[in-house]
Design a protein around this ligand. Structure first.
Ligand code: COA
Length: 707
């Protein structure tokens, strides 16, 4: 995040004077609502409505033009129709206004990209920045500023800041926050994100002492690298919760037509946001719950959680949920027995879930919480209540409220799930609105505690320097340049293998033969068994073309395979230029992984790892991280894939060479980062051997960047 871009960002949310170009006396117009909300919202700064014919709007004197205003103005809301916006911005620039808040629609979201760009370029070149266009205005509790055109009241002032790409949803979220009694420090829509984006706003909120948690609703990311940098810094200080739509292909298309931004790959978004400390909620309800809890509660001191329940089944569900959301259940059964056996009936269970049985009364719950509260091995708790005759809905307040308060005081998160009929549901609703962390579904409570732990782990991870691989970028670029001269978009496999050699990635021994005799000689030099592959820039999918033969044991098999490969390839791609046949060592079996790196349209250089082989597309067992990378980033990326246990060794196998895998990922990342000519690299499979035995990059594909 460039400092100069954000030096004055404070004055976007805390303007000392604000103008409204397009103010109106007509209460049915947006230009009136904005003025009225500013005036009735208690804004202390100066207000300058601009309208060509009115004298006074909502009791405030009106100016014919912004040029007539003598005072300095930090921000101006624009509420004139699209064809008048550019002229209004030009006048703002003349008055050295710092921020233009363009409420008007009708720009890139409807294809009017050019004018939007011209407006932003004009403003930026004169030191002014643009929020929007296509926004509903902003709210900032610190400045008592409600410069939105929303009709309903904004939620009470509080600690949650909302940054939203959808204006309508932002308005609805503000209203919903009111219903849920969640206080807001700010709401900022970014609309078409023509200039100011989430990264700029994070730069403001990181230091804003009114904001303890942030909720970002995102449809698509434009400048991923800035977002990740800003997120990493902000998340170290306060939780940042994301709701991102466009998970599905259709959703992504809808997002593109809504705000004109590309959703990008959802899998990449999910992984890189997590890498930088962001928490991704499934929906707005969940996001509010996480924001509220994280803003109001200290983080636990350790990992150990206990479940206290009066229903065995609900306890089992909570146990499943804990596994899903990486909440670690305390399992020192001796300690648990010593702590809980005095308070539960002999037929209950102390084995976490602590099962108080259907006999549990409010007093028994409290005694169990006493034990969890007193035990320093226990750092957080989930209280589950399943409606029972012994503990009616009226008594629930005694279970929930004092226990939550004292646990909070002690720095131990305690969340409740209350399952039952109308009485239970009505208590849950009232308690939630009073600020108690109660839900009606165990998965909701556990997901929230999972977010608490994910955030704690990110915050606890000490500062770690990013690491880089030392590669000879110039030697690689020379190979790329030769291929580009031939107008190729990808490298031949022999060239790709050469690049691996330069980068120090293990490859199978190989030679290229131009004739049958050459093939036989090469095979003898490498040693049987061998693999043979066609070399042709015109044949990208060699196996589909019958251009590969494996496990060739002797001279005769090599002769047969040579003839077959040439015949198959000529039949499959008749005009293909065949540049020879590659003879390579038959790689010994090992654990097959896929490793890749590419320049992502949104996030810049990213790396990928997964379980390799021909079923990669079907298995979809891959994970991603963005550069720059720390060692922990790479290890967490490897641990994230489902097939990670294969690398640890299964069924008596030894541990695999994870060090070499880490090293290879780092090298591929460095190649795409440092060699401008390369946009994508993929090794599939990278065969990994036992620890200390290295790996072999069997098939390497390299795609060149478009000039
Ligand atoms: N300087 C100042 N005021 C001017 C002006 C100028 N150069 N030219 C016109 N005006 C005044 C108009 O006279 C009018 O005031 P009036 O009621 O006294 O006549 C006022 O500005 C508004 O102009 P008008 O032509 O009436 O526009 P409108 O109110 O019908 O629509 C927008 C303007 C911006 C609201 C509309 O174009 C729009 O974009 N609507 C969608 C907004 C939206 O949904 N944003 C995204 C939300 S998520």
């Amino acid at each position: 995040m460039a400092k100069d871009r954000n030096e004055n960002i404070k004055y976007l949310l805390e303007p000392r004077a604000i103008g409204i170009i397009g103010a109106s006396a007509n209460r049915w117009k947006i230009g009136n609502s904005v003025v009225r909300n500013i005036v009735t919202g208690g804004y202390k700064g100066k207000v300058f409505p601009v309208n060509p014919k009115e004298r006074e709007i909502e009791g405030v004197p009106v100016y014919r033009s912004i040029l007539d205003v003598k005072d300095d103005i930090d921000a101006v809301c624009i509420t004139v129709p699209a064809p008048l916006v550019f002229e209004a911005i030009k006048q703002c620039c003349e008055r050295s206004v710092k921020y233009g808040l363009v409420i008007t629609s009708g720009f890139s979201e409807v294809g009017n990209v050019k004018e939007e760009r011209e407006i932003v370029d004009y403003a930026n070149s004169r030191g002014m920045r643009i929020l929007g266009p296509n926004i509903f205005g902003i709210y900032s509790s610190k400045a008592s500023l409600n410069a939105t055109f929303g009709g309903g009241a904004i939620a009470r002032p509080g600690n949650l800041a909302i940054v939203t790409q959808s204006g309508a949803l932002g308005g609805a979220m503000a209203a919903q926050a009111g219903v849920e009694n969640i206080g807001l420090s700010a709401i900022v829509p970014v609309g078409n994100k023509s200039d100011i984006d989430e990264a700029d706003l994070l730069h403001y909120f990181i230091d804003d002492d009114h904001t303890r948690a942030l909720l970002l609703y995102i449809e698509g990311v434009k400048d991923g690298a800035s977002l990740l940098g800003a997120l990493k810094a902000t998340a170290k200080r306060k939780p940042v919760i994301f709701v991102k739509s466009g998970r599905s292909a259709r959703g992504a298309m809808a997002a593109a037509s809504h705000t004109g931004s590309l959703a990008g790959s959802d899998e990449v978004f999910e992984d890189v946001i997590r890498q930088c400390g962001g928490l991704r909620a499934e929906n707005i309800r969940e996001a509010f719950q996480w924001c509220k809890f994280l803003a109001d509660n200290p983080l636990p001191a350790g990992d150990n959680t206990v479940i206290v329940t009066n229903g065995g089944g609900a306890g089992v569900m909570a146990t499943d949920a804990c596994e899903k959301y990486d909440v670690r259940l305390y399992d020192d059964f001796e300690v648990l027995r010593a702590a809980f056996s005095p308070v539960i009936p002999s037929f209950g269970s102390t084995k976490n879930p602590i099962d108080l049985t259907g006999q549990a009364t409010a007093e028994i719950y409290t005694k169990a919480f006493d034990a969890a509260y007193a035990d320093e091995n226990i750092h957080s708790a989930l209280g589950i209540y399943v409606e029972s005759a012994l503990l009616n809905a009226e008594s629930l307040a005694r279970v929930v409220e004092p226990n939550y308060e004292r646990f909070k005081e002690a720095g131990k998160p305690l969340l409740f799930t209350l399952i039952g009929g109308a009485g239970t549901a009505s208590y849950e609703d009232a308690a939630r609105k009073k600020g108690f962390p109660v839900t009606t579904e165990v998965y909701d409570s556990v997901a929230c505690l999972g977010a608490v732990y994910a955030y704690k782990r990110f915050k606890d991870s000490g500062p770690e320097d990013s690491i880089d691989a030392d590669i000879d970028a110039q030697a690689i670029e020379n190979i790329v340049a030769a291929a580009k001269q031939d107008r190729r978009t990808s490298l031949l496999s022999s060239e790709a293998q050469n690049i691996m050699k330069i980068a120090g990635v293990g490859i199978p021994k190989s030679l290229i033969a131009m004739t049958m005799e050459g093939a036989v000689k090469s095979a003898a030099a490498i040693g049987y068994p061998v693999v043979m592959k066609v070399v042709s820039r015109d044949i990208l999918h060699k196996s589909d073309a019958g251009g590969i033969a494996i496990d060739l044991e002797n001279r005769e098999e090599v002769i047969d395979a040579y003839g077959a490969i040439l015949r198959n390839c000529r039949a499959h791609v008749p005009n293909a230029l065949i540049e020879g046949v590659e003879i390579s060592e038959m790689v010994q079996p090992g654990t097959e992984m896929i490793v890749g790196a590419r320049i992502d349209k949104t996030f810049g250089p990213i790396v990928m790892v997964g379980h390799g082989g021909i079923y990669v597309e079907v298995m979809k067992d891959v994970s991603f991280r963005a550069l720059p990378l720390t060692r922990s980033d790479i290890l967490s990326m490897i641990k994230q894939i489902r097939s990670y246990p294969l690398l640890l060794g299964v069924r008596g196998e030894k541990m695999k060479d994870i060090e070499t895998l880490v090293d290879t990922i780092l090298k591929l990342g460095a190649i795409v980062d440092k060699c401008e000519g390369i946009s994508d690299i993929e090794i599939n499979p990278l065969v990994i051997y036992e620890q200390g035995q290295g790996a072999r990059a069997v098939d390497v594909r390299i795609i060149l960047s478009r000039d």
